[in-house]
Design a binder for this molecule. Structure first.
Ligand SMILES: Cc1cc2nc3c(=O)[nH]c(=O)nc-3n(C[C@H](O)[C@H](O)[C@H](O)COP(=O)(O)O)c2cc1C
Length: 550
């Protein structure tokens, strides 16, 4: 087979790139995919490791709960265990990811149709899919939350469907639970802002036809990133993936359904989604951090499984954030929000938008960082813009200034404690859907929105820590004394917050050089009579006419 030209890596090349950079752990020991695999990877999210120390895990010796061995390896965390791993797939440093997304969305490239593809090197269809150990059963799909989940579940999916009216394809990451060698149940969110594929489902249902569907596992990273990305309905994600790659993504016709799938993917599960009958699916550990309880979702009859000769199966670790699922979404969604506020709404002073990740899972708490001195009007436009950009994001929106480390909840509370006056700086807005969470809207139960301006409304005195130069010098001494590693946590040095004078800088400089007596001579000259203690003194305005007490 002659490989079609391409200028983007496939999953195998991406895994090799991670290994080269020391970002991959190989696990050659036998691992049970049903009860051991995800819990092992989970430890790197709940075991006190730094985000930067998380790795991708490649399992080469996978068995299941019945002791069956699989010859296909499983990889977890290879797309987004942390932003550094995501940035390898994005082929851009972490701080350039925002610009790369902006560019790709503005400059989509149509995919290139090829005749032959590695994802179809092996084709299993018809009767060959049925029967235990065949079909889906031959794939080592892990159980994500042992103890709660009712099925091995596909998580690292790019689910492709086509709008029967416009012919435009959609691609989203949706979970799918294994039910039989030739049947799974797909869950597409029906809420506002939910799955694009669900809009197609409604159209097929109206026509009284089943919906053709292709569940792709192990796409080239540029394509994988598109699954969770929130693009407007009607945009073909494969064109934006081309924009990321800077060239067309190769696609091939699926074998048994009228859909186009990424040619270099690992495995494609083709089938028809029943638009009449629904089947119970879940319990499953959800990305909002609770177990999704059993509900009726869409059964899909598998018509073909096509794959490479040597596939590797990716699985996303999701559930309680942080997780691979929250990282992959965070790195994709934050640029969208920032772009929306800055360019669509034209709000001045926006530095960045951050979606709070641990436990809250991105959708509930949004923090907008503004330049100091941004007007109140712009801050409030930003708060409202972030809260209502997506129907299911931004229940709590907080505006802060650049010196607040948004990922540090202590720093957020600090901003609220000193920079926010509740009666002036907080608004409650009614009428928000429950969104993606443990409570559902089936009873029309509503939530609401909390907006909070915790920016500085005027200059404040400096933060009371030694200036950076002194802290750095002391750090060198700490290290010289062998006192062990430090993990600096911002803020770890003092800095001006606007209310500060050059005279005070000079006085501090003298004091830090042992010349405090000179400061005493200066302050002696500024003595006054007849004032109440704690009266403010500002040497810039108030220097004339000092009253000697003598
Ligand atoms: C690991 C993971 C699992 C997800 N599972 C689902 C799911 O089961 N159903 C769903 O509708 N969205 C799910 N999402 C979110 C969607 O991928 C996301 O909303 C995306 O924008 C959907 O694409 P679409 O707008 O083209 O449908 C998941 C995301 C990730 C990262």
């Amino acid at each position: 087979m002659t490989a079609a030209p391409r200028n983007y890596p496939d999953l195998h090349e991406h895994i090799a790139a991670l290994e080269e950079r020391g970002m991959l752990r190989r696990v050659d020991r036998r691992i049970d995919k049903d009860s051991e695999l995800h819990p092992l990877v989970r430890w790197q999210f709940v075991g006190g490791l730094d985000e930067a120390d998380r790795k991708a895990f490649l399992f080469t010796n996978v068995t299941d709960g019945l002791g069956r061995a699989y010859d296909i390896p499983v990889v977890v965390g290879a797309i987004a265990a942390n932003p550094a791993i995501y940035s390898v797939g994005m082929r851009a440093p972490v701080d350039e990811i925002q610009a790369k997304w902006d560019y790709a969305i503005a400059n989509p490239i149509e995919p290139r149709l090829v005749d032959e593809a590695v994802c179809q090197e092996v084709v299993v269809e018809g009767e060959a899919i049925k029967g235990e150990g065949n079909g889906l059963d031959a794939l080592p799909i892990p159980v994500s939350t042992p103890g709660f989940d009712s099925a091995p579940t596909l998580t690292a999916t790019n689910v492709i469907t086509r709008d029967p009216e416009t012919g435009v394809q959609n691609m989203g990451t949706y979970r799918a639970a294994l039910k039989a060698p030739d049947r799974l149940v797909v869950r597409m969110a029906t809420r506002v802002g939910g799955a694009g594929g669900y809009q197609h489902y409604l159209k097929y249902q109206k026509r009284g036809e089943p919906m053709p569907c292709a569940i792709v596992l192990g796409c080239p990273p540029y394509v994988a990133f598109m699954g969770p990305q929130k693009l407007p309905i009607g945009v073909d994600e494969l064109t934006v993936a081309g924009g990321l790659a800077g060239g067309p993504i190769n696609i091939v016709r699926a074998r048994t359904v009228d859909l186009l799938v990424p040619a270099e993917s690992e495995i494609v599960i083709e089938g028809l989604i029943d638009t009449e009958w629904l089947e119970p699916e879940a319990p499953f550990g959800e990305s909002h951090g609770h177990i999704a309880l059993e509900e009726f979702n869409m059964p899909m009859r598998v018509t073909a499984i096509t794959r490479r000769k040597n596939p590797v199966i990716p699985s996303y670790i999701s559930q309680v954030a942080p997780s691979e699922s929250s990282v992959i979404k965070r790195v994709a969604y934050e640029p969208l929000f920032t772009h929306h506020l800055r360019h669509t709404l034209g709000i001045r002073g926006v530095k960045k938008v951050s979606l709070h990740e641990p436990l809250t899972g991105l959708l509930r708490v949004t923090v907008i960082t503004f330049e100091k001195g941004t007007s109140r009007t712009e801050v409030w436009r930003g708060l409202n813009g972030a809260a209502f950009f997506k129907g299911d994001c931004g229940k709590i929106c907080i505006a802060v200034n650049e010196d607040i480390t948004v990922d540090n909840a202590d720093a957020l509370l600090w901003a609220m404690a000193y920079r926010m006056n509740p009666v002036e700086d907080v608004q409650l807005v009614p009428h928000r859907g429950q969104g993606h969470g443990p409570k559902r809207e089936h009873n029309q139960e509503e939530d609401s929105t909390l907006l909070m301006d915790a920016t500085m409304k005027s200059d404040m005195p400096p933060l009371a820590l030694p200036k950076q130069e002194y802290m750095e010098r002391a750090k060198a001494i700490w290290q010289e004394l062998g006192f062990g590693p430090l993990r600096p946590q911002a803020p770890w040095f003092g800095y001006s917050l606007g209310d500060w004078l050059s005279q005070w800088d000079e006085a501090a400089e003298r004091a830090a050089h042992g010349r405090y007596l000179e400061n005493g001579q200066i302050s002696e000259k500024a003595r006054r009579k007849g004032l109440k203690p704690e009266t403010k003194y500002r040497p810039d305005e108030d220097d004339k006419g000092s009253n000697d007490r003598s």
